[in-house]
Design a protein around this ligand. Structure first.
Ligand code: AMP
Length: 484
């Protein structure tokens, strides 16, 4: 099957050819002819399946005829997050380069006035998050009565975020006769119900089972102990040990945790950005851009902020927290192993996560194996493990032999090795593979681009400032909970 058999216009086919894609993905192959035939579509597909182009390409073809009128958009696309909305706009920019279509983005965190003047000029494609869209309709600056085609994307995410009442209100503002395309990764009962009210005799297209994980992703779990600082230390060890780590997303369950983990990793010299719903739009966009360009290899994110983002070639996903909903696990690890690439997903599991991890394993139909290597967490370890190693090493030289012996007893083996070997020589035997089942543990060199090289950091500290914190009470050395 090639794109030319789907009924797309010549302009759109030329734009697709320019991107280098030669074969439509299953969702594209199945959805595009129905969209062009003006049918409603219920698409059950995860991100990473090419679902965005499955609606963008036929929309561009349909929009070649006709013109937009002021304040009356011809088509409307609803997205749960600003980032996803911006990403869909990028798709229109990419595939619609040869057409003179007006595409507008109505998202929070951007000036109302600019958005309003764009609406006045007439819009062919309006891409919006529900809240901001309703703000505009309530102010009277936007009429949805001219909408011929409505796309509801990531519907299950809309449900999680509490947007369904807004979507129901919006659906009452668009003509009953419009065409509707409805995409969701999973089909919980509530989504089933609303899809029945929003869609008329839809063509149902399901490209993979709603809750299957990508085959190219190697999944592991490690025991994370009970305390947050233990989990943070474990995360650092996992990052340092990770084989072939090119870039990674680290997922946390809560915004507050995102900020804490981000700060903690920064403090330990890692090059890292953060993405969560409380950050202002410019900070979110900047973090995402830097991550996409590879300027920062690590991104700490919440589910809401990272859902569905198209970040090609993420080599690793870390679940700092096991997600409460098993579906979220599937979405998270869907960030890696995309487009036939291999990826690794590692989850830090605490005793409190036993129910969640069991639900995940039931959903994906397999048991997640433990990561190879010694990731034992010693729960009696104190908060001082949060301090950069240099501090600990220095403190070690001041304490008496009894203190040193006590520390030796309670420090995990890796931490001791780190302290001895500041440049992190690979600790495991060479030639093994992390994913290789019974093989020896992998040779895992420190990835220099992920964190600033520590020897230099140590040198800088000794050169420029005394960095003697030994007189300070321990609580002053604890990581600061900074707002990102
Ligand atoms: P999506 O599921 O829309 O997030 O798309 C996932 C990724 O697949 C994006 O990076 C797209 O650019 C890419 N993609 C879309 N269509 C194709 C195709 N036909 N062949 C290869 N990659 C594609």
């Amino acid at each position: 099957m090639s794109f030319s058999n789907l009924g797309l216009s010549d302009k759109v086919l030329a734009a697709v050819a320019a991107t280098g894609y030669t074969t439509p993905t299953p969702i594209q192959e199945q959805a595009i002819p129905h969209v062009l035939a003006r049918r409603d579509v219920l698409g059950i597909a995860q991100t990473g399946t090419g679902k965005t182009a499955a609606f963008v390409l036929p929309m561009l073809t349909l929009l070649e005829k006709g013109r937009a009128r002021a304040r009356m958009p011809r088509t409307l696309i609803l997205e749960p997050t600003r980032e996803l909305a911006a990403q869909v706009k990028e798709n229109f920019d990419k595939y619609g380069a040869g057409q003179k279509l007006n595409v507008a983005l109505l998202i929070g965190g951007v000036s109302f006035g600019d958005q309003d003047s764009k609406l006045t000029r007439g819009v062919d494609v309006l891409i919006a998050t529900p809240g901001r869209l309703l703000d505009h309709t309530e102010r009277g600056g936007l009429l949805l009565t001219g909408v011929e085609l409505l796309v509801i994307d990531e519907a299950d995410r809309m449900l999680d975020m509490g947007f369904i009442p807004d979507i129901e209100r919006i659906c009452k503002l668009v003509p009953f006769t419009r065409q509707t395309l409805f995409f969701t990764a999973t089909m919980p009962p509530e989504i089933s119900r609303i899809s029945e009210t929003f869609l008329h005799n839809p063509e149902r297209i399901e490209v993979s089972k709603p809750a299957t994980t990508a085959t190219g992703v190697s999944q592991f779990k490690v025991n994370g102990g009970r305390e947050p600082h233990e989990k943070r230390e474990l995360l650092r060890r996992l990052l340092r040990d990770a084989k072939d780590l090119n870039n990674a997303i680290i997922f946390c369950n809560r915004k507050r945790e995102v900020a804490i983990v981000h700060k903690s990793l920064q403090k330990h010299g890692f090059s890292v950005g953060a993405l969560h719903g409380d950050m202002d739009q410019s900070a979110r966009t900047a973090a995402l851009d830097q991550f996409r360009k590879g300027e920062i290899p690590l991104l700490v994110a919440s589910d809401v902020a990272a859902r569905g983002l198209d970040i090609p070639a993420v080599s690793h996903v870390f679940n700092f927290d096991v997600p409460h909903h098993a579906d979220d696990y599937v979405h998270r690890i869907g960030r890696t192993g995309r487009a036939g690439r291999n990826g690794t997903a590692i989850s830090i599991v605490t005793p409190l996560d036993s129910k969640s991890i069991a639900a995940i394993e039931r959903l994906i139909g397999k048991t997640i194996p433990p990561a190879e290597g010694d990731y034992t967490v010693h729960s009696e370890q104190s908060e001082e493990s949060e301090q950069p190693r240099e501090h600990r090493a220095r403190e070690g030289s001041r304490e008496g032999s009894r203190g040193r012996r006590k520390r030796r007893e309670r420090e995990p083996r890796h931490a001791k090795e780190h302290a001895r070997s500041p440049d992190h020589e690979p600790r495991h035997a060479k030639g093994g593979s992390r994913n290789g089942g019974s093989q020896a543990p992998a040779a895992t060199a420190r990835v220099p681009s992920i964190g600033r090289p520590e020897p230099r950091r140590a040198q800088r500290e000794t050169e420029s400032e005394p960095a003697d914190h030994s007189h300070l009470p321990a609580f002053l050395l604890r990581p600061v909970r900074a707002r990102v």
